[in-house]
Unconditional design. Sequence first.
Length: 328
Amino acid sequence: MKEWIVRLAAEIAPSGSEGRITSVLLDAVQDIADETHMDALGNAIATKRGEGPHVMIAAHMDEPGVMVIDIDDDGFLRVIPTGGLTASEAAFRQVAFTNGTVGLVCLEDGEKRPEQFEQLFVDIGAKHRQEAESRAFIGLGGVLGTGVADIGNGRLLGRALDNRVGCAIALHAFRELAQLGRYVSVVFTAQNAPGARAAQAAAFALEPDLAIVVDGVPASDVPGGKRTALKLGAGPAFKVMDAGTVAPLSVKQLIEDAADALGLTLQYEVWPGGRSDTGAIQLTREGILAAGISYPVHTAGAAEALVDLADVEATLRLLVAAVQTFGQ
């Protein structure tokens, strides 16, 4: 699991530019799936037909990033956020674009603290517009941060862990359930950061009996942490509520029963300010039964995050058990 997390986190995939990681994920399930494809919105989808109700497992593969909106005469780039990045988070950070260009996010002279992206520019080392345009273009996406580090105690720190961890969990769960003969699909969703845009289309096409979404959630066990009552290393969380969904009691019972059978401690996520693919899937067609299973994260939704591998492994076990139990 750790090796897959590191591998997936290395892929540069800001919202709307997920192509590079899409091929990696589909290649990883090609041998066991009955069919794989990428839909019109960029979702990577694999299905294995088998016994029992059809269950869709979803995890978004995009990450918060920036997009070029202007190139000036001196060769500097102007960018906007794609996702929840703030100007203060982006300032003085290295940015890596999807075409291999790298640059430094700088703050305009005379400004003490950035409050808007309009105060920032990206220096890619170009001497003038023509040179910059040979290495960048309007609409080019990029991400902040570098790789993943093992910082001890079974914890990883690095870029894109929210939600490449979820992708790794979904990938492993799909393979395990396919080998067990279950009827299961996995969807690595695109464009989550701008508002969970693509998950609904995938759910509409697949029309599953149940969808389970895997994503990160802010842990509150840090100074000034959000009031989520969640702790890193304390196990997976069931999404009771966020800004886009309230969980049906039947799926809550399903997840609780699976956790009890495994002897897992289950945390509960109530995050009114958060949003995931769960709500978008839930409102598809006449309504789809949907559940969210979360792993706690320090700085969820940011360019870089910290996770506990014990939570990751427990979330995988819970997901597989819940799917096996559903419909019995």
